[in-house]
Design a protein around this ligand. Sequence first.
Ligand code: AMP
Length: 288
Amino acid sequence: MRIVTSVTAMQRLAGRWQSRKRRVGFVPTLGFLHEGHLSLVRRAREIVGPRGCVVVSIYVNPTQFGPKEDLSRYPRDFARDKKLCRGAGVDVIFAPDDKGMYPQNDAGTYSTYVVEEALSRGMEGASRPTHFRGVTTIVAKLFNIVRPEVAVFGAKDFQQAAVVQRMTRDLNYPLKIVVAPIHREPDGLAMSSRNKYLSPAERKQATALWLAIRHARKTVRKSPKPIAARKLKAELTKLISARPDARVDYIEFFDAQTLRPADKVAAGTQMALAVFMGKTRLIDNARL
Ligand code: AMP
């Protein structure tokens, strides 16, 4: 397994792969890897085959964090990430630094961004106003550097996958986006690097998101006709708020393709939610 930290070295390597017609699968991450990330790596390997190249990028991208968010304390453990990647059969870890990814001009600023203007407005985009600009910018840059044939994203970040898919189409990237299912802990909590922040008491309460999803699913499947979104939101908010450290940021029901909010909820409607558990913000989603 190779570790590449320089942007130009990664570009050279990608160029060589392309001229040799090697298939390249790519999994972008912020690092502090868990089984959810590794399931994306395995998916990438399945697609490009044993002779293909699987690249994992590990980069805590500053532009996708808001000024009051957890950029400086985001968990990092490169030694452990390396071990996990090696075990999962990764060919290359691309771990650039801020200077390489955000070259600065004489005034010390970086000034070019990629912005998706429709799918990124609601939900995560409403709660975290500059988040998706950071995501689309870094993903576009990584695509330009790694030049993969396929990139694998997790359904855990459902809206992110939709925004990246739209950006890929709109900017004519010649690559396929694959969205892999959410990997969960045995009690249903979606795996996330941020779960590390949770105290033991918060960790127990964190099953509230999965509980809310299951409750919503059961409710719509039992109901003979669609349910008013407002009513179901209120019910789920009450359910989640029964946990003392939980505070709902949003619960949204929407169409899985357009992300347009739904007034009525039925089987097949997509649901997403964000909940603060103490100071930690957790997200989850599912098709009902
Ligand atoms: P992150 O490092 O959190 O930015 O995640 C990197 C990629 O892994 C994104 O495409 C995420 O959606 C995906 N991912 C994170 N957690 C999970 C999970 N529990 N199951 C599946 N994919 C995940």
